[in-house]
Design a protein around this ligand. Structure first.
Ligand code: MN
Length: 230
């Protein structure tokens, strides 16, 4: 292979305890907690749907550190969405929910940052969400914790505070489509590959942040992801 320029580095996420997890794709699930679906104007009983972010949208934040993301261009309504991130270690197609667990390498705390005004405008016009969701630095993520250490994550508090004030609060058990069902649905539409990340959806309470704010997202068993808006 003789590339015509040096290819960019592979995006990766640090692993708790050492090593780095190379990122292949970032899949995201929309409206996967009933209370958030309702706050966005839906019933909470719709089938799951997916969108993607580019792999290099990840902003990896090492354990105990505070990450930093720039306030993005074009928006006046920059929203946080705290989410459980599932990392795929073994790929596959048409994975049954009952077999999904063995495909999971580990878990992390993630933020699906959103230019809400642009997303809403695209929704209104029936256009793709890319400009509202898939922009640079839109996927902060804490260290991946191997499933070997956590076991299967089915329950546990998921919260997000901004400058110390809690804004989002839920429990993983409230996911409309479980992680295993999500993997079944995703793998029917795409071949999952090692290195894929799945942002599994956010509970209610999404709201805007501004420059200078510090977000702290916590999921029981995974620790805290701390990110400042520069
Ligand atoms: Mn989301």
């Amino acid at each position: 292979m003789s590339y015509v320029f040096t290819p960019p580095a592979i995006a990766s996420v640090p692993v708790a305890g050492g090593g780095d997890f190379p990122v292949h794709r970032i899949y995201c699930v929309g409206r996967n907690y009933a209370d958030h679906a309702v706050e966005m104007g839906f019933t909470g009983r719709e089938p799951p749907f997916f969108f993607l972010k580019p792999a290099d949208a990840v902003v990896p934040v090492a354990e105990g550190e505070t990450g930093s993301i720039p306030y993005p261009t074009l928006t006046k309504n920059f929203h946080h969405e705290i989410e459980l991130v599932v990392a795929i270690g073994t790929g596959g197609r048409h994975i049954a929910a009952a077999d999904a667990l063995q495909h999971i390498w580990g878990y992390a705390v993630g933020l699906d940052m959103t230019r809400r005004d642009l997303q809403n405008e695209m929704k209104k016009q029936g256009r793709p969400w890319c400009i509202g969701k898939a922009f640079d630095h839109s996927a902060p993520i804490g260290p991946l914790v191997p499933r070997a250490r956590t076991g299967e994550l089915l329950t546990g508090a998921i919260t997000l505070a901004v400058n110390g004030e809690v804004r989002q609060k839920g429990d993983l058990s409230e996911l409309i489509w479980s992680v295993n069902e999500t993997i079944e649905q995703l793998s029917a539409a795409w071949e999952l590959r090692p290195g894929d990340l799945i942002y599994t959806g956010t509970p209610a309470g999404v709201s805007a942040v501004k420059a200078g704010d510090v977000m702290e997202g916590t999921i029981a068993g995974l620790g805290t992801l701390r990110v400042a808006v520069a």
